[in-house]
Design a protein around this ligand. Structure first.
Ligand SMILES: Cc1cc2nc3c(=O)[nH]c(=O)nc-3n(C[C@H](O)[C@H](O)[C@H](O)COP(=O)(O)O)c2cc1C
Length: 186
């Protein structure tokens, strides 16, 4: 079987970004568990003109290539910061450029970072329905982390990291062949 490619999308619009750090950490775990190639994009990778694009073809050539790479991935890890109880508008604008049929049955891990716990269910009430629209294969474990779960720019040991590891484990049930190859290499 050919190498899996897992693409991460961080819906942050600022840098540095805890959301980007979370997606990077999740890709590291998933890449290791599945012996997969990984690529990480954030909103800046879709160009300064993203907000003006009415369709994917309006994006700059590099941004179009990034979107194509994302859509061709075997699986996605998508995280956004929580803004006013939901995802940022520019992230939604990028998602609005995606063909409704482009993510059917694509395995997707959804995650969010928030300032605190108050809007932890944004991941269930906002991100899950968004990807359900696309008929994506959403992992049942979604991950919300807050500022205090980070230590030196990474998720430290604790319930948030445990939950992320549980979500990644779900990928191994979707791609058992890749997980077996990984296990055999140990
Ligand atoms: C405009 C704005 C709105 C925000 N709204 C919320 C919110 O409703 N709930 C919450 O928990 N955190 C909220 N936050 C905090 C961010 O979600 C949190 O700091 C997040 O980790 C930032 O991610 P980033 O470092 O990737 O930008 C908000 C931050 C900004 C800038």
């Amino acid at each position: 079987m050919s190498e899996l490619h897992i693409v991460g999308l961080a819906g942050n619009i600022t840098a540095p970004s805890k959301t980007r750090a979370l997606v990077g950490q999740a890709l590291g775990l998933a890449g290791d568990a599945l012996h997969a190639r990984t690529t990480l994009f954030d909103i800046a990778d879709f160009g300064e003109d993203l907000g003006r694009a009415r369709r994917a073809g309006d994006l700059a050539p590099g941004a179009q290539r990034n979107l194509e790479t994302l859509l061709r991935a075997d699986a996605l890890i998508v995280a956004t910061p929580v803004y006013k109880g939901s995802y940022p508008g520019l992230f939604k604008h990028l998602i609005d450029l995606i063909d409704p049929a482009a993510l059917i049955r694509k395995p997707v891990l959804i995650a969010a970072t928030g300032g605190g716990e108050k809007h932890a269910l944004a991941v269930e009430h906002q991100l899950r329905p968004l990807f359900a629209f696309f008929e994506a294969r959403l992992l049942s474990t979604a991950v919300h982390v807050s500022d205090r779960d980070f230590s030196e720019g990474r998720l430290g040991d604790g319930p948030a990291l445990d939950r992320l590891a549980r979500a990644i484990e779900e990928f191994t049930t979707i791609f058992p062949g890749a997980a077996r190859i990984r296990a055999a290499a140990e």
